[in-house]
Design a protein around this ligand. Structure first.
Ligand code: TYC
Length: 109
């Protein structure tokens, strides 16, 4: 039987404290933020969103917008869960305030 002083995974019978520890660190899940095409949002507005919310330059923003326009969906960036959630909320809020139907979602990589 292992000595509990050297085995943190064992229950301490005197105090009832569980000290189970994870041996490996896990890298956080990453999430793609996706932009959806629609028939009404102006191309210029989508480029503006990509510049403002995703820090893209004019050229890359235009390339991503045209990809979404032609293929139906495209990746704006890849982030941790919290950052991706904030980006999606920011895009939807901006689109709503400008009365555009632009849709944005996230998907685990
Ligand atoms: N399809 C839109 C138009 O022709 C442009 C557009 C591109 C809209 C990308 C949304 O995510 C989008 N005005």
């Amino acid at each position: 039987m292992a000595d509990k002083r050297n085995n943190p995974d064992q229950q301490d019978r005197q105090t009832g404290v569980l000290t189970k520890t994870r041996k490996k660190t896990r890298k956080p899940h990453m999430f793609k933020v996706l932009l959806m095409n629609d028939d009404y949002t102006p191309m210029e507005f989508v480029v503006y969103v990509l510049e403002k919310c995703f820090s893209k330059g004019r050229e890359e923003a235009t390339t991503i917008m045209l990809h979404v326009h032609q293929r139906g969906v495209g990746v704006c960036g890849v982030y941790s869960r919290e950052i991706a959630e904030a980006k999606v909320a920011q895009v939807l809020d901006l689109a709503h305030r400008h009365e555009h139907p632009l849709q944005c979602t996230m998907e685990q990589e």
